[in-house]
Design a protein around this ligand. Sequence first.
Ligand code: FVH
Length: 292
Amino acid sequence: AHNTVEKTSVTLLGLGAMGSALARTWLAAGHPLTVWNRTPARAAALAAEGASVADSAAEAVAANTLVIVCLRDDASVGETLSGTDLAGRDVVNLTTGTPAQARVRAAWARDRGARYLDGGIMAVPPMIGAPGAGGHVFYSGSRELLERHQDTLGVPAGTTYVGEDAGFAALYDVALLSAMYGMFAGTAHAFALIRKEGIDPATLAPLLADWLVAMAPAVHQTADQLRTGDYTRGVVSRLAMQVAGTPTFLRTAEEQGVSAELLSPYFELMRRRLAEGGGDESLTGLIDLLAR
Ligand code: FVH
């Protein structure tokens, strides 16, 4: 049996897919948990598992010093917390938002007497409470708050502190998720290419996964080139060579009856950089073209 006596009591606002997963890990680890959800029915299962269910967000916030928020978006956080007394509370906001929203929310919480930590969850619900699944949460804002609650915040997933600027957790979160969507775009195109031939997608999947893993370390060279400003440093595949290959990709898409709409914008940037004289570079120069 868990010894609940020394475990920090937690208030959790929001019992969607992620909030419910978080709740279960704290309950399983023996943390006394008070929950609130806008739609009360979602709290029923957790009540059966030992959570205290508050009738209002204000009541839930009043129950504990540590208040974790995991709602749909920043607007729902504002709506939910506006009727609560945050004075003396340690607010940890795990709701996905923009860096600017996080900074404003941090100041907003401080104005109401709370300490504030922002979090960006790099995990899907099944990875919560599953050590070894690779999930972690970026935190930014009060380092002192993270250190104080490390034992509690480390229960659902690993913790990675990324800076005093409250917006940084959201920034790292969105940066990684943006890269993920680029990967999904590429894999969507790859699956579309083979579909017409009746190839079993399960044949392609392991090849794709291995290839993406093999290519992933290229980000270190990108970082090195950005830091040094030398986009030709250690180049393996010259931009000029890669641009010369793009008609093959476009023609293959056409032959397979697949729209190239996911690839074309990237190829267009490659062509522009080449036209600017970046032929001896790798693909790092495209990042310059993205700056507005
Ligand atoms: N689920 C995932 O894969 C991702 C993984 C990475 C992190 N995200 C972010 O986590 C936040 C919560 O996500 P979620 O998966 O729990 O989302 P839902 O299942 O859609 O639940 C949304 C909860 O938010 C409540 N809610 C929505 N609007 C309001 C509002 N105006 N006032 C109060 N509560 C609100 C909703 O309540 P209800 O619909 O049950 O009444 C849910 O509790 C999110 O930022 C992800 O981006 C998840």
